[in-house]
Design a protein. Structure first.
Ligand SMILES: Nc1ncnc2c1ncn2[C@@H]1O[C@H](COP(=O)(O)OS(=O)(=O)O)[C@@H](OP(=O)(O)O)[C@H]1O
Ligand SMILES: [Mg+2]
Ligand SMILES: [Mg+2]
Ligand SMILES: [Mg+2]
Length: 397
């Protein structure tokens, strides 16, 4: 029975559900426990740890960031796009989204020590020639905050924006809590006017404990059959999951909440699969060979970003295959939110050898070859097909 919620004195910002018998002792620091029975009771209680406050803040931050991105996508100018050192694009919306999420999380959760692992940093924005861009980002952030009626915050200065972006430089790791953010996942899709996602997750002791995926261009209805006419009111999804409580989807305006589940098919022939839109991000020939071995009949569904994890979590497709080209290192922000959204909806995400994804090693996911996602029942056949196709590819080189 959950009788009350109090702050965990050891981990600020985390709540424990406690029964009345152990309520009194925990209001003092744990160090003062003299009775081992009380200590055991508190340890047991921590099993039902709740991240409700963090989830509410994450949903607010991702929804507002989505609003900022939608505004930019509507009026996309060439000058809004820069190129990073690795030649991938970054837009005023990537920076604005990161500044906004960073600012809101810190404001909404003042009692938590704040650590954020995020994709972007302010180095390029601090250059002389980026002054106009920085002003535009700052205006966008302030306009978005004002549009939400956040009258209790004074407008951010350009320096505030740079600092909020650079708060994302944390290295993450296996200890403590760390937010993980991709301010726009699928920037190329964003620039094309296609799918993208604002992906935000929380790690606690190296495990993903909550995730939010805002997908402004994803229809609320299944994308499995693509021919239906979709009105603009029926586009824009927010997926969210907290460990142990399932995955939910709602409209980006906050209405129409539903619990979602992955596709339950046990028959690989009936399964359809998702992969990256960009062949540069995932080897399409390899996924096609795997699909052939499984007997999959449907053509691949190619969409950008972690919108793939969102669509998979509600059963629009049954499998997600991702095989980057040799040498590419996956980043945790490209998968953390999607991973828990799918896992809480009943799916499994592993590397190509079937190992669980490990988010505790810092900014990178060190894994074997690729990432595969499916329901539990399809996993054994999928793993077998993946291993065979990988062997064939290796021997043909
Ligand atoms: N070479 C290479 N290989 C694999 N992955 C790469 C590569 N380059 C980039 N990226 C990352 O892919 C992120 C976009 O996600 P997707 O691949 O799912 O989207 S897409 O369909 O290809 O657009 C994309 O995320 P964003 O940079 O946030 O858009 C990148 O982190
Ligand atoms: Mg990028
Ligand atoms: Mg990304
Ligand atoms: Mg990104």
């Amino acid at each position: 029975m959950v009788a009350s919620i109090v702050q965990n004195p050891l981990k600020l910002g985390t709540t424990l559900h406690l029964t009345p018998t152990i309520l009194a002792p925990i209001s003092r620091p744990l160090l003062f426990f003299s009775n081992p029975l009380q200590l055991r009771a508190v340890r047991r209680a921590s099993v039902s740890m709740s991240y409700d406050r963090q989830l509410a803040a994450a949903k607010k931050a991702a929804s507002l960031a989505a609003r900022l991105c939608q505004k930019v996508q509507k009026a996309l100018l060439q000058s809004d796009v820069q190129s990073k050192f690795d030649r991938t694009p970054v837009t005023v919306a990537d920076y604005g989204s990161q500044a906004l999420v960073s600012f809101i999380l810190e404001k909404e959760l003042p009692s938590m020590s704040f650590s954020l692992v995020a994709e972007e940093d302010s180095e390029d924005l601090r250059k002389e020639e980026a002054q106009g861009t920085l002003k535009r980002i700052t205006d966008l952030v302030n306009e978005t905050l004002a549009s939400d009626g956040m009258t209790d915050v004074s407008p951010l200065s350009e320096e505030d924006v740079l600092v909020a972006i650079d708060n994302g430089k944390s290295e993450g790791g296996p200890r403590g809590q760390h937010w993980v953010l991709d301010p726009i996942d699928g920037t190329k899709g964003f620039l094309r006017g296609d799918q993208y996602a604002i992906a935000l997750a929380l790690l606690d002791e190296g495990k993903v404990v909550l995730g939010v995926l805002a997908c402004p261009n994803l229809p609320l209805a299944s994308i499995a059959s693509r021919n239906q006419h979709i009105s603009k009111d029926d586009v824009g999804c927010l997926f969210y999951a907290q460990v142990g409580t399932g995955t939910y989807m709602q409209s980006l305006d906050g209405s129409r909440e539903t619990k979602v589940h992955v596709c339950a098919t046990e028959t690989p022939e009936e399964a359809s699969f998702f992969e990256s839109f960009e062949a540069e991000h995932s080897m399409h020939d390899l996924s096609s060979s795997i699909a052939k071995k499984l007997g999959v009949k449907a053509p691949p569904v190619r969409i950008d970003s972690q919108a793939k994890y969102g669509a998979l979590s509600r059963g629009d497709g049954a499998i997600y295959l991702r095989f980057p080209h040799k040498g590419y290192r996956e980043k945790i922000w490209d998968h953390a939110a999607g991973y828990i959204v799918v896992a809480e909806a009943g799916g499994v995400a592993t590397d190509a050898a079937g190992n669980p994804l490990d988010f505790s090693r810092g900014r990178y996911l060190d894994l074997d070859t690729g990432i595969i996602v499916a329901n539990q029942k399809l996993m054994p056949a999928l793993l077998k097909a993946v291993q065979e196709s990988l062997k064939e590819k290796a021997s043909s080189l």
